[in-house]
Design a protein around this ligand. Structure first.
Ligand code: FAD
Length: 383
């Protein structure tokens, strides 16, 4: 067993991947502590499965207690204080020191930042919010549904559009679509601005299904008395059901640590190093330049795991890193009818994103299922 200590804050897409990468390489001879305030992991996309009644909350909640990766110790605790200079972390379950610290705490959601959202709308980006929407949709008798993005950046840019397509499918199956309207409201000019082919396919699907598209609209607040969205130009749009993407922020403990600049942690886009020695940051908590999505957090994590491994193997911190981050990820987008589209996209600093969009099919739906299943095996050690 090496006395080299790796401390990973956050057991989401990024944190789980770093832990698994190091465990697979070193087995029990590495000392990895993985900390999360939750006792379970939920894939972002599973929120939609629960919202639309395809799976239960229990079925998509993967308990960290089941992690059987050699060398990995999971600690359920809330991180209260991070000293990135000393690589010292205080949690409500004890204090930790590290040779290498990986900050993978994701983004927090702040529904209260949009006045009226908590009182009269339903956010579907937290687990609790998405799971609660399931009951709301079950009880919905038809009417005007507005799906609104309150601010940028936000996780998984296709998710609000996927939600609109799945609301259409849900209401159609219940015979409620004809007495309903569905509208999508976003501050951006296109559903997924970096991906024109994906945006075109989404807008074509909206047009086919009679879903309204309202780009470049900035939501100021919800007027709970009038059940209306109020925009920044004081114009309004009424709804019977508002499904919202709340404002995203870095977790306060990260902001308080001094790691952030303009709200997020800046990192070297090739190495994921922060400006603090021995401290990496990956995923949604960074401003690395990729969208906030699990696949990108995972790709960044594999680079960090390799860099830490090289450092452990060489016994020196000045070792050359084996591989740099390539900004690539494969995203799956629900189009309804158990079909899924696939986007293979690369984000490189100083270049326009490039990649390929493959239209929705049942084959990609199966591929997406396999994507999730393979991660559970790799991260949790389950067979
Ligand atoms: C509706 C929806 C659909 C999505 N669909 C997709 C998709 O199809 N594909 C895709 O790639 N991505 C998707 N995403 C986005 C994806 O879920 C996130 O981008 C991804 O989880 C980010 O990974 P991360 O490791 O950076 O952070 P996270 O996975 O969010 O992990 C951060 C962890 O840190 C923990 N944490 C935070 N603060 C503290 C603290 N103070 N103390 C202790 N623990 C703390 C949290 O509990 C959490 O487990 C979707 C998201 C949503 C909301």
């Amino acid at each position: 067993m090496t006395d080299f200590k790796v401390l990973i804050l956050g057991a989401g897409f990024g944190g789980l991947e770093v832990a698994a990468g190091l465990s697979d390489r070193f087995g029990s001879s590495v000392d990895i502590t993985l900390i999360d305030r939750s006792d379970h992991f939920v894939f972002g996309f599973s929120k939609l499965d629960v919202m639309f009644g395809k799976l239960t909350a229990a079925e998509v909640s993967h308990q960290y207690a089941r992690i059987v990766k050699p060398g990995v110790k999971f600690v359920q605790a809330t991180v209260r204080f991070i000293d990135p200079v000393a690589r010292h972390v205080v949690t409500d379950g004890g204090e930790f020191d590290a040779d290498v610290l990986v900050v993978a705490l994701g983004s927090d959601l702040d529904p209260a930042a949009t006045p009226g959202l908590v009182e009269d709308g339903h956010e579907f980006y937290t687990n609790a919010g998405a799971f609660a929407v399931r009951d709301v949709l079950e009880g919905f008798e038809g009417g005007r549904v507005v799906i609104g993005v309150t601010s940028t950046p936000f996780k998984c840019p296709p998710a609000p559009s996927e939600t609109a397509l799945l609301v259409h499918e849900f209401l159609t199956a219940r015979g409620l679509r004809e007495k309903s309207e569905i509208a999508v409201v976003m501050p951006m000019p296109a559903p997924v601005p970096p991906l024109p082919a994906a945006s075109e396919a989404i807008l074509a699907a909206f047009a086919e299904r009679g879903i309204e598209w309202h780009p470049k609209r900035t939501i100021q607040r919800l007027d709970s008395g009038a059940h209306a969205v109020v925009f920044d130009d004081d114009s309004t749009m009424t709804y019977d059901l508002f499904l919202g993407v709340p404002q995203h922020v870095a977790p306060p403990v990260v902001v308080d640590s001094g790691l952030t600049v303009d709200g997020w942690i800046p990192v070297n886009p090739l190495t994921l190093e922060t400006s603090f020695l021995g401290v990496y940051a990956i995923g949604d908590v960074t401003s690395v330049g990729t969208p906030k999505a699990g696949v990108f957090a995972e790709g960044q994590a594999s680079i960090v795991a390799e860099a830490i491994a090289a450092r452990i193997e060489s016994g020196t911190s000045s070792v050359e890193i084996p591989r740099t981050y390539d900004g690539n990820g494969i995203c799956y987008m629900e189009f309804g009818g158990d079909t899924v589209a696939r986007v293979d996209v690369t984000f490189l600093t100083g270049q326009a994103p490039f990649g390929q969009f493959d239209p929705a099919s049942s084959e990609y739906s199966a591929e997406k299922d396999e994507f999730g299943a393979s991660r559970l095996v790799r991260w949790f050690g389950e067979s």
